[in-house]
Ligand binder design. Structure first.
Ligand code: UDP
Ligand code: MG
Length: 315
């Protein structure tokens, strides 16, 4: 059984050696057959140089390096797409996802689970990050069909079936937390205690987290567009009722003010019709929006993995 470890890396020069060492110790201790996919996501520090050093010393360390920073989602996608393991474990490079848990995860995988999810608590986290996160989960779970759980992130083991399913989803705006849930399969959750970053700073600022939240909401539904549609339908029905009522009034009581009725009813009705049509157009554009962005998720500039002939650097 081959185990692939997928590690997205962005400016982690201080953590890379310690990470590689911990991984090696853990994997060798249990005599696992493994490969490590180090994905350099356009780091601006010496990360790439260190990755190359490690890859040249140890044959089971492979690296993929992007032409620029494409984001953690793209880095994970590249790792999953290029790994050849029977299962894959996704880890952060900052040692917040301790490799020590790997044996426990593999044991659960051998029990037959397709996804083994590590769920962390939020101990030691700043309240300015804790509270917005809680609001985010409340919001997203009320709006979206795919349910997300607080504390469950990318730290997980997934079987080959899950990897293949995930890789087959080519959507551009990737929101992994949702994708992992969306594909389904049997799942086991293992809780663990939150650990602070070993070294360096989190690259997810509050603003980036808000972007992430918007992605989470937008990629799983088109509710905002639909609101337009409903608003249009409701106004149109109300407007028709008004016209009908006034018409009946005119027929029974006669006209008090000539011209008023025709003007107001045509303005109201046209307004409602326009809103309604906009809503319908919005629904179509929403669908097109999701489909048209067929851009590559990332561009590979440098790698030591062998890729089959004809495969381009863009993916
Ligand atoms: N990361 C990445 N690309 C980015 C930002 C982050 O590959 O644009 C990697 C980073 O190197 C780390 C993981 O994603 O391995 C998680 O990042 P970070 O620790 O900054 O996030 P947090 O733990 O605060 O959620
Ligand atoms: Mg981190």
């Amino acid at each position: 059984m081959l185990i692939s470890l997928i590690i997205p890396i962005y400016n982690e020069e201080k953590n890379i050696y310690k990470l590689a060492e911990t991984i090696q110790q853990t994997m060798d201790k249990h005599h696992y057959h493994y490969e490590v996919m180090l994905v350099n996501d356009g780091s601006k520090d010496r990360s790439l140089q260190l990755l190359k050093e490690i890859a040249s010393q140890h044959h089971n360390f492979k690296y993929i390096s992007f032409s620029r920073n494409f984001g953690k989602e793209a880095a994970m996608f590249a790792g999953l797409k290029n790994c050849s393991g029977d299962c894959a474990i996704i880890l952060d490079a900052d040692l917040q996802h301790p490799p020590e848990f790997i044996p426990e995860m593999i044991a659960a995988y051998q029990e037959g689970y397709d996804q083994v999810v590590m769920r962390r608590d939020r101990s030691g986290e700043h309240f300015l990050r804790k509270i917005p996160t809680q609001i985010f989960y409340k919001l997203i779970n009320s709006a979206v069909d795919v349910k997300l759980t607080d504390g469950e992130g990318d730290f997980r083991l997934i079987s080959r079936d899950v990897i293949d399913s995930i890789v087959s989803l080519e959507e551009y705006n990737r929101f992994s937390k949702g994708i992992f849930e969306w594909v389904g399969y049997s799942k086991k959750t293992i809780p663990f205690k939150n650990i602070q970053r070993e070294s360096g700073q989190s690259s997810f600022s509050s603003l980036k987290l808000i972007d992430y939240a918007i992605d989470g909401i937008i990629s799983y539904n088109n509710k905002p567009l639909r609101i337009c549609f409903y608003l249009g339908s409701i106004t149109m029905v109300l407007c028709l009722l008004y016209i009908l009522m006034t018409l009946i009034q005119i027929m029974t009581h006669g006209i008090d003010e000539p011209g008023y009725f025709t003007i107001i009813s045509s303005v109201l009705f046209l307004g409602a019709l326009q809103l309604f049509s906009l809503g319908i157009i919005g629904e179509y554009i929403g669908r097109i929006y999701f489909e048209t962005k067929k851009r590559p998720h990332y561009i590979i500039k440098d790698t030591n993995i062998e890729r089959s002939a004809g495969e381009s650097d863009e993916n």
